[in-house]
Design a protein around this ligand. Structure first.
Ligand code: FAD
Length: 487
């Protein structure tokens, strides 16, 4: 266990927080802190002498005001499921973690208005359950839903598997309550349909990855619960065919909510590493798609009948090589479990560089194939594959290290070159090096390398304006070098 002594400033801040908020708001036991120091992929290892855990907006404001007075940097943390090391504290122990996990109340659910107000520490799966109990649903989900929090999801503008229909978190947030770095509270929870009071502070804070303040609560849009759903698993030849199938379906129905592409190789990784998983089709294919169709009206044509009707011609003319529609809810869950386990299976299969990238949707099929071939040719022995949100033009493009390499050496020496290579291809294709995971510490240097001077100058000016001493999540997004020194 990596222990670290607090600096005199940190000790003074910890004492002040304890005096103001009580012992429950401060954790200094290294054993209790340890699980929150590494990122989900195990690539970043931080150190911090304390976790501060305020349980109300006023308590967060107290923490922020005291931290500003003491000049101590803070790292906001929700479920710590960031894919880019965004919630991992710096390795030098200079920052304290602020956990929002005690702020886990759902303040209200209003089915008539289609709105819920959830505190930042509410776990996504708990919000799903609470909305369902009211006949509603919150239509954003992802593999980490059992741990990821509303504050983390909003702060990363998370996507997931329903973006095709509902957009990213930004489109599902109707208002934000946050504490700014000086301890002042921004109350933007009112769900105004129209509001043109200049710069949109809510949207500045969404996707800011905790670098401009701490979200304490969020107003979220809810939709009527699903009455029926069907999940199909389709085998086909290549990503081009997959996108053509999506377009074909979309011309005939507006009920397609998810359309996820999975390579044969990614499926094999899941079957090898995730206990209890089985291939949905008896036949083997180079590519697959998982399709979910839903109906909110119980009297509507059943989604299973609809998918069967729409997929039949695709099977007949060879666009789809094989297909199966889940015969039960348990089987639908089993198909989704494969999709949701892709990252975990990838993690278990050895060192790999993951790139969460987007290009224009129409270009994605070609990009997936050509970029994979280019990466494998450039890095002999590596294996490149991509999976994910094809309909959003967003895939997770993984380059696995050659078999038998030492992970530590590969990550230190080869991986940066792999990432630069992939990102250069993405930029050449007019895409983004972060589609949904954010920048965190993993992509900080790449953001600076690949962004225009105008963009970087504007980002730095916003950061300097709201957080002049660079105390909020200091080594993320823009990095320490760009922040003015602490007082
Ligand atoms: P953390 O990891 O704790 O924090 C993430 C960032 O937000 C950090 O920069 C942190 O400082 C900041 N932050 C956290 N809470 C607050 C707050 N209250 N105020 C201000 N800043 C805050 N992401 C997707 O977009 N789509 C996916 O499909 C997807 N699938 C995933 C699957 C798996 C298995 C895993 C492990 C992750 C996946 N992710 C995905 C990434 C991750 O779940 C999201 O980034 C999620 O939004 C992070 O939520 P969290 O509560 O864990 O935040």
């Amino acid at each position: 266990m990596t222990m670290i002594q607090p600096s005199p400033r940190q000790t003074s801040l910890i004492d002040a927080v304890r005096a103001a908020l009580g012992d429950a708001a401060v954790t200094t036991d290294p054993g209790d802190i340890a699980p929150w120091l590494d990122d989900w992929r195990g690539r970043y290892h931080g150190r911090s002498p304390a976790i501060l855990s305020p349980d109300s907006t006023a308590a967060v404001a107290t923490v922020m005001r005291l931290a500003a007075e003491h000049g101590v940097p803070l790292v906001p943390q929700g479920g710590n499921t960031s894919m880019v090391g965004g919630a991992t504290p710096p390795a030098d122990g200079s920052a304290l973690i602020v956990s929002l996990r005690r702020m886990n109340r759902i303040r209200s659910i209003d089915p008539a208005a289609g709105l819920a107000v959830a505190e930042a520490g509410v776990i996504l799966a708990n919000l799903h359950a609470a909305a369902e109990a009211e006949g509603m649903r919150f239509p954003l989900t992802l593999g980490a839903r059992g741990s990821a929090t509303i504050g983390g999801l909003a702060s990363t503008n998370a996507g997931g598997t329903q973006v095709l229909r509902f957009g990213t978190m930004r489109g599902l947030v109707a208002g934000v309550e946050a504490v700014l770095p000086n301890g002042e509270i921004h109350d933007g929870l009112a769900a105004l349909k129209k509001d043109n009071r200049g710069y949109d502070l809510d949207h500045l804070l969404i996707g800011a990855e905790g670098t401009l303040g701490i979200l304490t609560a969020v107003t979220l849009r809810l939709y009527p619960a699903i009455a029926q759903r069907a999940v199909a698993w389709v085998g086909l030849a290549d990503p081009e065919t997959a996108l053509a199938l999506l377009r074909r379906l979309e011309r005939q129905t507006d009920t397609i909510e998810s359309f996820e592409i999975v390579s044969g190789d990614s499926l094999a990784q899941v079957l090898a590493h995730i206990p209890g998983t089985r291939a949905p089709l008896a036949t083997t294919h180079r590519w697959h798609v998982l399709i979910e169709s839903v109906a909110t009206d119980p009297a509507a044509e059943s989604p299973a009948a609809l998918l069967e009707r729409l997929l039949a011609p695709a099977l007949a003319d060879g666009q789809a090589a094989d297909a199966t529609i889940a015969a039960s809810e348990a089987q639908a869950e089993a198909f989704w479990r494969i999709r949701d386990s892709l990252s975990e299976a990838e993690r278990a299969s050895g060192p790999a560089m993951q790139h969460d990238i987007s290009v224009p949707v129409a270009s994605m099929p070609r990009f997936m194939v050509e970029a994979a071939a280019a990466a494998e040719a450039r890095f002999p022995g590596s294996h490149a594959t991509a999976f994910g949100h094809l309909g959003d033009g967003n895939v997770h493009f993984h380059v696995r290290a050659p078999a038998g390499v030492d992970p530590a050496r590969w990550y230190a020496e080869d991986a940066p070159g792999v990432t630069r290579f992939v990102h250069d291809l993405v930029v050449a294709a007019g895409g983004s090096i972060s589609a949904e995971h954010g920048i965190g510490q993993m992509k900080r240097a790449e953001l600076a390398r690949l962004s225009s001077p105008a963009r970087m100058a504007a980002l730095r000016a916003i950061k300097a304006g709201l957080d002049p001493y660079g105390l909020m999540n200091p080594d993320k997004l823009l990095g320490l070098a760009e922040s003015p020194p602490a007082p």
